[in-house]
Structures are given as C-alpha cells and as structure tokens.
Write a protein that binds this ligand. Structure first.
Ligand code: HEC
Length: 150
C-alpha cells in the first residue's frame, strides 16, 4: 500500500493553494478571482462522460478500451484490445488537443475508426470532459488498475 487514499492531483492542489495577500490595500480590494481547474468543471465533465459509458469504463476494456492512463498514451496501444487498423495507424498521442479534435468528430478525425459515435459537438462539454478524464486518472480506480498492470 502506498500513500493516503485521497490525494489531490498536483495541478489541482497547486491551483487551490490559498493566495498570499500582499499589503494592507488588499483588505479593501476584492481578491482576484482565482480560476483553478475547478471541481465544478470536473463534475460537469463527469456528467458528459456518462455518454461514453455506454461503451467505455475507466479501468476496464468494454466495447471501447479503458480510459485510465489515456492522456499521454499512443492511440491504439492498449494490449489485447481489438482496435481498428485506422486507430492503430493514426499515430495520435492523446493529449488535450488531440482528444478535443477526435471527440469533436471521431469518424472525421480518424476515418475508419470503429468508434461509431458522433462525438461531443459542444466545445465546452469537450473541455469539461477532458478535464474529467485527466482528473479521473488520479482516482483510486485508475491507480489500482495501473498498479495491477505492472
Ligand atoms: C458506441 C460505443 C462508443 C461510445 C459511445 C464511445 N466510444 Fe470511444 N471507442 C469506442 C471503440 C470501439 C473504440 C476503438 C476505436 C478503434 O479502434 O478505432 C474507441 C476508442 C476511443 C478512444 C481511443 C482510445 C485509445 O486507446 O487509443 C478514445 C480516446 C475514446 N474512444 C474516447 C471516447 C469518449 C471520451 C467517449 C464519450 C464522449 C467515447 N469514446 C464514446 C467505442 C465508443
């Protein structure tokens, strides 16, 4: 066993750090509104992810491959998952940019993909969803499955 059960991902912990207030003027000036990659965005993204759960899960392959470890992974690289040749040949590495592109129109982004899904047309929904996927990667579910695969 390693580490405490609940730990904020580093990027989120940093963003939530209390702001250091400089000088006496700050009492009168309203604190600048920090815009951390907020929990609300992650929660909205989780709701968008419900659409994906028809075929995907975080930690298991289903109709589609599991999503733990997605960011930074090469497309078509989960061992034992039967990808389309198109996905295997796509040479994509999943990050915010490539996911945004793919999810806006999977069949256009990777012609021949077996992910026969129209995608997420709304840009904000996509951003929320990608924030969720990044966050979910730090979840206990994902950390356990990563440990099990080692
Ligand atoms: C109808 C079922 C279905 C739905 C709904 C679906 N997917 Fe997929 N997804 C698949 C299949 C099948 C693949 C494998 C595609 C291939 O090999 O061409 C896939 C592949 C992917 C990949 C590439 C993964 C890799 O390992 O390279 C990503 C990313 C992905 N899906 C994200 C999503 C997200 C996010 C959603 C929700 C907005 C979603 N999918 C909804 C079936 C689905």
């Amino acid at each position: 066993m390693n580490g405490p059960g609940r730990r904020l991902p580093k990027w989120l912990a940093g963003a939530l750090m209390p702001m250091t207030i400089a000088g006496p003027a700050s009492a009168a000036t309203p604190a600048p509104t920090a815009t951390p990659p907020d929990q609300q965005q992650v929660q909205r993204g989780e709701q968008v992810y419900a659409r994906c759960q028809a075929c995907h899960a975080l930690a298991q392959d289903r109709v589609g491959p599991h999503h733990c470890g997605l960011l930074g992974r090469r497309a078509g690289s989960v061992p034992g998952f039967a990808y389309s040749q198109a996905m295997k040949d796509s040479r994509i590495t999943w990050n915010e940019k490539t996911l945004n592109q793919f999810l806006s129109g999977p069949l256009k982004a990777v012609p021949g993909t077996s992910m026969t899904y129209d995608g997420v047309p709304d840009a904000k929904d996509r951003a929320d969803l990608i924030a969720y996927l990044r966050y979910a990667n730090e979840s206990a579910q994902c950390r356990q499955s990563a440990a099990a695969q080692r």
